[in-house]
Write a protein that binds this ligand. Sequence first.
Ligand code: LMR
Length: 328
Amino acid sequence: MQFPVKHVLACALLAFGATVAHAQTVIKFSHVVAQDTPKGKAAEFFAKKAEELTGGKVKVEVHANSALYKDKEEMEALQLGAVQMLAPSLAKFGPLGVKEFEVFDLPFIFDNRDDLHKVTTGPVGQKLLDKLQKRGITGLAYWDNGFKVFSSNKPIHSVADYKGQKYRIQSSKVLEAEIRALGGIPQVIAFGETYQALQTGVVDATENPPSNFYTQKMHEVQKHVSMTNHGYLGYAVIVNKKFWDGLDATVRGQLEEAMKQATAYANQIAQDENDQSLEAVKKSGKTTIYTPTAEERNALKKALVPVHKQMESRIGKDVIQDVYQATG
Ligand code: LMR
């Protein structure tokens, strides 16, 4: 039997159309923390919303716990397009050449979450995200984690207690200066290697919010936590710009909506997640939790605030001033 050419062409076009209609865009979303953390949960939330709002046109594959890439590698993977989405902590943008984000690492720059949100939800936060464009990256949102606490195998009460210890830090020059201001020795180590570094004594101490501390089992290898809340740790959700700009405008709009909802969710659960993790650390009985006295915390603040001035030339005096002004 012979089909008229017109009919064959029509069938071929139909088949092609069907394939196109069913082509699914995959977003690989890589991150380094456990699933059971503010970032881990928000990433899962985004994945679900994105699929729902795009009617299945987009599938988000979340790879948690450094399963795909560690800190440094994931930034490279994003720029190369091997993954499309990340949510690195704001302390990890320096190696990318965007040093201004280190303003978030300045010790005692935010008194509380409200102060922080004045920056992340306002023009100062947006201006910082815009700086990523020149690196081929689009910044979509800020997600909260929380305020960091110091941990060690020795009790850390007075400023003198910090001296001479080796600290695992994230790849931020501000954090390096912070540790040096305390007389400590900073060492940049990937998040995924931190537990082992603490376990084997490569470093003695570290800093992180309780949610990361507990879910990485650091309480098994750190005997003391001091509730210093001396600095903030949060995230910028970022995408490969070329990938993002290449999306169908409607789909991109739907993903923006999914991100808006995921951001609200992330920021709503962050404090609770940290409170629960702190309780779990207490319950484990493996780590003592110390709350510094007002004098001890003031002494710590006095030792650390000079880091603001010291880091002016790196971060930009204007950026630091913008944050001071936004937080009033
Ligand atoms: C760290 O490396 O300590 C954090 O940035 C991990 C994270 O993503 O919360």
